[in-house]
Design a protein around this ligand. Structure first.
Ligand code: OOG
Ligand code: NI
Length: 448
């Protein structure tokens, strides 16, 4: 018997502890969870087909524990240590996101489980951004920020030791895992005492509010958590009943028969009291709650079509909110095929193939299309497990006030990010492609 707890189990415990902590820190997040659960329950009751589809894909069990979070760190060392900490929980860096394109001086990856069994068990993901100090304009301020960041350690001593222990022995015992979860959680906790005086805070805010958010606190507080809903339009509609102030538009694609990628919205970030180092009182606006509805993962070809249509929709929907905004999106996205069969046959989305009826029949054993036609192999959509760069930018903008439209020369630097991280990031398309290819092979093997 294995003496160690599985990484999946540690991730599930951590995700649940994180949710409990955030509910106590941001009570509105608790209300959001209640609302999402109610809407998910109703949606499944009204929609037996969806329930069956999710049951078949093993997704029902994970629904109510499914969420992502987001943090921002300041130095390569912090990012590299986070990579090791997340690895203890079976979370690995997937995808490179360049947010300078949206005027935000960070670049990012998503730490998440990568294999199918792990995703089914608990798909907890953390969108993790690294500040790009080189994008701070003022040289003096850049130096000051880096000096402040050099002084802090965002990890507890015990967390560091347990990461090392796990790496050395190849896992953690249940006692160690429990302690690890508690110690790791400390890194993500909110501190209402800033490490800097109010003048430094304001100077950094002047460059970009997000720079102040990263630099002025003891650690990279979790800035939002995001449960998965099955009907985002309904949750958005009901938010005010639950005392939440939703942002004006839902990001991502419009409502469709066959959801693609993901759609997101949030309640606006809270203005929270802060005590600065020279005991001045002030406020800081960073933390919010978000929801998302996930759909099928798109192939590079599907992603290109999506980008093209979203660009067009943006132009046409400027200044619009709510239903009017969604109407324009729906009209533009009418050009995106909306049946699973079209998405599959046109190579726009990824599918998992499954043999359901292996009676010997007419078609030759390696003719996938014929077997699909005869209903002897089924193709089920593979759910998108990642984030949208464009959507991330929308979320950033909506939560940073009006003054942050600054443009940085769009200049991704994936090499620098990977060097800071201490490893490469996995290409998300490769993961989906791998799942699709393996499932095809296995489904066909049943007929050989
Ligand atoms: C990260 C925003 C990205 C999402 O859902 O796209 C994100 C941040 O605000 O730090 O969480
Ligand atoms: Ni998010």
């Amino acid at each position: 018997m294995n003496q160690y707890v599985s990484a999946d189990e540690i991730r599930a415990q951590f995700s649940s502890a994180m949710s409990a902590m955030y509910q106590s820190e941001v009570p509105q997040y608790g209300s959001l969870l209640e609302l999402v659960e109610a809407v998910n329950r109703e949606t499944l009751e009204e929609n037996p087909d969806l329930r069956r589809q999710m049951e078949a894909a093993g997704e029902i069990e994970r629904l109510n524990v499914e969420r992502h979070g987001a943090i921002r760190v300041g130095t390569p060392d912090e990012l590299a240590m986070l990579r090791r900490l997340f690895a203890v929980m079976g979370m690995y860096p997937v995808g490179y996101y360049d947010l300078s394109e949206a005027g935000v001086p960070v670049h990012s990856t998503a730490f998440r489980p990568t294999d199918e069994a792990a995703l089914r068990r608990n798909p907890f993901r953390v969108f993790t951004s690294l500040l790009r100090l080189e994008l701070i304009e003022s040289e003096a301020l850049r130096a000051r920020a880096s000096e402040i960041l050099e002084k802090r350690d965002i990890f507890t001593q015990a967390a560091r030791q347990l990461v090392e222990r796990s790496e050395a022995q190849g896992g953690l015992t249940s006692g160690q895992a429990e302690q690890f979860v508690q110690e790791a959680l400390e890194t993500f906790r909110w501190h209402h005492d800033a490490t800097v005086d109010i003048e430094t805070y304001e100077a950094l805010c002047g460059e970009h509010r997000l720079i102040a958010d990263v630099v002025c606190f003891r650690g990279p507080h979790i800035n939002h958590l995001t449960p998965r809903t099955l009907n985002i339009d309904e949750v958005q509609r009901r938010m005010p009943d639950y005392g939440m102030n939703p942002k004006a538009v839902i990001e991502g694609p419009p409502h469709r028969q066959c959801p693609i990628l993901l759609r997101q919205t949030s309640f606006k970030a809270l203005e929270e009291p802060i005590r600065f180092a020279n005991s001045h009182e002030g406020t800081h606006t960073a933390r919010f709650g978000e929801i998302e509805q996930r759909g099928v993962a798109l192939t590079p070809q599907g992603r290109r079509l999506y980008d093209q249509l979203l660009g067009r929709a943006r132009e046409q929907s400027q200044g619009l909110e709510g239903a009017a905004h969604q109407e324009v999106l729906a009209r533009v996205f009418a050009d995106f095929p909306d049946s699973h069969e079209e998405l599959r046959s046109q190579g726009l989305a990824y599918f998992r193939y499954e043999a359901v009826n292996q009676d010997n029949g007419g078609s030759s054993p390696d003719d996938l299309e014929a077997l699909l036609d005869e209903g002897r192999i089924l193709a089920r959509p593979i759910i998108y497990e990642d984030f949208l760069p464009v959507s991330a930018a929308g979320i950033f903008q909506s939560n940073l006030g009006e003054s942050s439209q600054e443009q940085f020369a769009a200049s991704g630097n994936r090499d620098a990010f990977e060097q800071a991280l201490g490893s490469s990031v996995t290409d998300e398309f490769e993961l989906y492609e791998g799942i699709q290819t393996a499932s095809k092979k296995q489904a066909l093997a049943g007929f050989a």
